[in-house]
Design a protein around this ligand. Structure first.
Ligand code: TEU
Ligand code: CA
Length: 552
């Protein structure tokens, strides 16, 4: 079977608002991305994914779209976009856009019409329900961002559904007109030449009939069993593939909220012709027990190994995963899974070794290539993310948490951690903008920035470049079968991979102490985040956060 081009590729996610500001208004923009295309190409990434760039009132930074076929004026014009697309292709890269099809903005003309009256032709584009018998919302569903998922509309006496903020009303996919609208928007961009879509919360588009109450279980379980994986979901995905995607040389990447390793193949099994790949939340949420800001546990390597293994086994040869360790919705990967103090550089590199040697399309989030870390926001006034702001309001007003504790929780897990502007150099605002940016720059930009790492052959940045290049030359990194060693060791992650006649062993030390591991074979060094490789008779010594890939 011929392997599609996107499998071996590396996706680089750009969060346009925070990438590069070309006109010094404090907000990243499309021309800012164009200015950095050479940089992007130099990373050896293949596919750029842009978080939403469409018209939006920005209640949720573009994930609330008011016009699917127009560019957000703050980001630029359609001409800028066309130039960006053309130049991305000229540089040998692909470009995918973020399709937010589960909901739109309450400022979209569809919703503005729908609100006008119960018999408006757009009414049925959304989910409207009468109050429950005793008054109040029709059921107990909670929004992802706090509070009820239903908002009362006093003009009509009905509630509308919003699984995210009240400014993000859910679209009614039961209505064939809604589906056609979305398909048309997709065609609009595909006809311009975009290479595919990352599909925001796509598992949520089909709602359960009668909107049954959610049982009294953790939020994750509610997402899986009540919000996601609805009765007509796979019918819709098939239709979308058949009517749109299959007519283009384009691919689809599902955001896997609510997908688990048991139902994943329903989405990505080749024979089902639905989606090309997905990234799941189990790794991204592996330090989160129930929901964000709730009983966060600390990082546990054995748990993470188990997740990788379960998913590998579940989708093996029947579908394809993208693997993401961070994105704009989570705290920074080096702060969560590595060590952002003494072993910052070593652990940032080691995490990439792990990520790049898992099967699947590698998915890198902007800033991780220089090891950007979490930020400490000093007061709630500095917080921009709507999820964090809602959390703060809800929990400090009820006095469940003190202001200090709530801010501490936001600093640990909040989404702004990953959204601080890119740190290009040590000039004002990290070279992102001459104006004070929409979200403050991480004060560590003088230490951690691209210009500094460009000139350092031992930098995280140059390590990424090199590893991404080597990965392209060795199919075993991407497609190999696994044999795991020392599975129960809480500090070491060791696995062999085999593909055809090629064999590698990956050894990663997730701790601040030196460890030894058995190693009897003849080896050749491929990747090492230390200068030295300490091989002794029958074993290898692994320094703190050392990661190596050896050819066997
Ligand atoms: O995220 C979906 C999603 O499930 C997130 O809400 C996630 O659970 C949360 O951020 C983790 O705490 C997507 C987008 O990536 C996110 O930025 C949007 O806010 C959301 O959809 C709504 O469009
Ligand atoms: Ca700008």
């Amino acid at each position: 079977m011929e392997l599609p081009w996107f499998k071996k590729g590396t996706i680089y996610q750009i969060y346009p608002r925070s990438f590069n500001d070309s006109n010094d208004d404090g907000i990243g923009d499309l021309r800012g991305i164009i200015e950095k295309l050479d940089y992007l190409q130099s990373l050896n990434v293949d596919i750029l994914w842009l978080s939403p760039i469409f018209s939006s009132p920005n209640d949720d930074n573009g994930y609330d779209i008011s016009d699917y076929c127009a560019i957000m004026p703050e980001f630029g014009t359609m001409k800028d976009f066309e130039e960006l697309l053309q130049k991305t292709h000229d540089n040998g890269m692909k470009l995918i856009l973020d399709l937010v099809a589960n909901h739109c903005s309450d400022e979209h003309i569809w919703f503005e019409e729908a609100k006008k009256s119960k018999d408006n032709p757009y009414r049925d584009y959304f989910h409207w329900e009468k109050p429950s018998e005793g008054g109040g919302p029709p059921n107990n569903w909670k929004s992802f961002f706090g509070g009820s998922a239903w908002e009362y509309d006093s003009a009509s006496g009905e509630y509308y559904l919003h699984l995210f903020t009240r400014k993000q009303p859910d679209l009614n996919w039961e209505n064939p007109k809604v589906r056609e609208e979305i398909y048309n928007a997709m065609r609009f961009w595909l006809d311009k030449g975009v290479d595919g879509f990352r599909m925001d919360v796509i598992p949520l588009i089909s709602k359960r009939e009668g909107y049954p109450n959610a049982p009294n279980v953790g939020f994750r379980k509610i997402i899986e069993d009540v919000y996601a994986n609805g009765p007509r979901l796979h019918e819709f995905l098939k239709e979308m593939n058949e009517k749109v995607i299959s007519h283009y040389d384009a691919f689809s990447l599902a955001e896997g909220v609510g997908i688990n390793h048991e139902n994943a193949s329903l989405y990505i099994d080749y024979d089902r012709k639905e989606l090309d790949m997905l990234y799941h939340f189990d790794i991204l949420e592996c330090t989160i027990v129930n929901g964000k800001f709730e009983e966060a546990s600390s990082f546990d390597l054995t748990n993470m190994k188990g997740i990788f293994k379960r998913w590998r086994d579940a989708v093996h040869k029947k579908g394809w995963l993208a693997n993401a360790m961070g994105n704009h919705d989570f705290a920074r990967m080096v702060s969560r899974f590595g060590n952002d103090t003494e072993y910052w550089s070593k652990s940032a590199k080691m995490l990439l070794i792990m990520q790049a040697t898992q099967n699947g399309t590698l998915n890198i989030y902007q800033g991780d290539e220089i090891g950007m870390t979490n930020v400490a926001l000093d007061s709630i006034d500095e917080v921009r993310d709507v999820q964090s702001l809602n959390f703060y309001k809800e929990n400090t007003e009820t006095k469940r948490y003190s202001n200090e504790l709530a801010l501490q929780m936001i600093n640990k897990e909040g989404r702004d951690n990953a959204r601080t502007p890119m740190q290009w150099n040590d000039e004002i605002n990290g070279g992102f903008s001459k104006a004070y940016p929409w979200l403050k720059v991480n004060p560590n930009y003088k230490e951690i920035n691209i210009a500094k790492q460009e000139n350092d052959s031992d930098s995280v940045l140059n390590f990424y470049r090199n590893l991404l290049k080597i990965r392209k030359q060795h199919d075993v990194f991407v497609y190999g079968d696994f044999e795991e060693l020392e599975f129960n060791n809480p500090d070491l992650y060791i696995y062999k991979k085999m593909y055809g006649t090629k064999k590698i062993i990956v050894l990663l030390n997730f701790s601040t102490t030196t460890h030894v591991a058995n190693l009897n074979e003849e080896v050749k060094e491929l990747i090492n985040n230390y200068d030295d490789l300490i091989l002794k008779k029958g074993f290898i010594e692994l320094m703190p956060y050392q990661g190596v890939v050896l050819e066997l």
